[in-house]
Write a protein that binds this ligand. Structure first.
Ligand code: SF4
Length: 395
């Protein structure tokens, strides 16, 4: 086996069809769950208790079969099975990298596929999940940006990615067993395919479910939503989700950011910084992460590093800067900055008083990179030339 070959790759081909006419309970808020239970025969007086019980089975114990919900009467379980299903995305392929990174290709309704990546680290395990199939934005360094938006994911499909990973990690606790506080899956980042703030309601509902203390129970401080800069939705993210925020910043002038992150033409750097400065949750303990992909000769100069610091200081934003060595994909119009350049850039930021971790490239052997996930089945639809022509950037 070559050193870059994935350790395992399973291909599961059986599609899981949603039985006709049944409602999927996954992804419903507690209120929605209560309402569908009542609609399908649960007496109103019992509905709150039943909602709590079913919620716990689904999200705390990871149960998918109503027959296993042993604190419910047999007849009631049968009634539930007649009307509802508990469905999550189906894993189509699963690859495990030499460094433990796991990349899944998941199939959702309509036969579409999204990618999910699990990254184990010493003190945490982070799952990078997707919010859309494809993306309407066309960030020129991002492989997803070369794929057209197909559709928004539902709340079920978003929280279902977390449930799918817990299945694969075999991390559902057993009812009655003592609570295990060490978690393989401890953090979520919304950095996969799509712009989460263009699918706000579904992302919000899915994250609320993931945070619910009687279920998956992830703290809001362990969830990071990464946006390219949908300025009008930023304050709403703090109010309605309350999670941490990351920004795909990537450039220090409007001229360059217009090309790298074209949403900048709509809301430019100044407008974005103003929105971040007033992000209600931001504090020294809840800093905003500036994601900055290092592209050789495009955004990686010393002047860029100084400008980046000026921007952040001017608005007094509690920030840390994540430097991301570009993960080149076939046909990509950019090259990764050299390690020396990345270190020099990081040093300038660090000496200005900001954390500037350089993201370790993980799972390169399986091409897994948060923020630029790519489908092995739909790779490199556009050539380097096409992208250059569209972005007006030639190198
Ligand atoms: S970086 Fe994010 S917002 Fe930009 S094209 Fe890629 S998936 Fe879309």
């Amino acid at each position: 086996m070559s050193p870059k070959a994935p350790i395992t790759q399973d291909v599961l081909t059986l599609p899981r069809k949603l039985p006709e006419g049944k409602i999927n309970l996954v992804g419903l808020t507690r209120d929605q769950l209560r309402a569908v239970l009542i609609e399908h025969g649960t007496p109103e007086k019992q509905a709150k208790m039943r909602t709590g019980q079913i919620w716990q089975w689904i999200y705390q114990w990871g149960v998918r079969d109503f027959a296993e919900m042993t604190n419910l009467a047999k007849a009631y379980r049968a009634q539930l099975a007649e009307n509802f299903v508990i469905e999550i995305p189906e894993v189509v392929t699963r690859q495990v990298s030499e460094d433990g990174t796991r990349k899944y290709l998941c199939r959702i309704a309509g036969g579409h596929e999204v990618e999910v990546v699990y990254i184990p680290e010493e003190d945490r395990g982070t799952l990078c999940i997707s919010s859309q199939v494809g993306c309407t934005l066309t960030c020129s360094f991002c492989h997803t940006g070369t794929q057209k938006l197909v559709r928004n994911l539902t709340a079920a499909e978003i929280v279902g990615q977390i449930m799918m990973a817990r299945d694969d990690l075999d991390e559902w606790p057993t009812p009655g067993a003592p609570k295990d506080e060490t978690r393989l899956l401890s953090n979520i980042v919304l950095m996969g395919m799509g712009e989460p703030l263009y699918n706000f309601e579904n992302v919000r509902d899915a994250m609320k479910i993931a945070m619910d203390p009687e279920g998956i129970s992830l703290s809001r401080r362990r969830i990071t939503l990464s946006t390219s800069g949908v300025v009008p939705e930023i304050a709403r993210t703090a109010e309605e989700i309350g999670c941490l925020l990351a920004i795909s910043f990537h450039a220090t002038t409007d001229e360059t950011r217009d090309v790298l992150v074209p949403i900048n033409k709509r809301w430019n750097i100044e407008e974005l910084l103003q929105a971040l400065a007033s992000y209600p949750n931001a504090s020294n303990s809840e800093r905003i992460t500036f994601e900055y992909v290092m592209l050789d000769g495009v955004n990686d100069s010393d002047e860029d590093a100084h400008r980046l610091i000026d921007h952040i200081k001017r608005y007094n934003i509690p920030a840390k800067i994540n430097l991301i060595p570009f993960n080149e994909w076939p046909g990509a119009p950019y090259k990764r900055s050299s390690n020396n350049r990345i270190r020099a850039f990081a040093n300038i930021i660090y000496h200005a008083g900001y954390a500037s971790p350089i993201r370790k490239t993980r799972g390169e052997d399986i091409m897994a990179a948060c923020g630029q996930l790519k489908s092995a089945t739909e790779r490199a639809r556009k050539s380097r030339k096409q992208i250059e022509a569209e972005t007006g950037l030639s190198r």
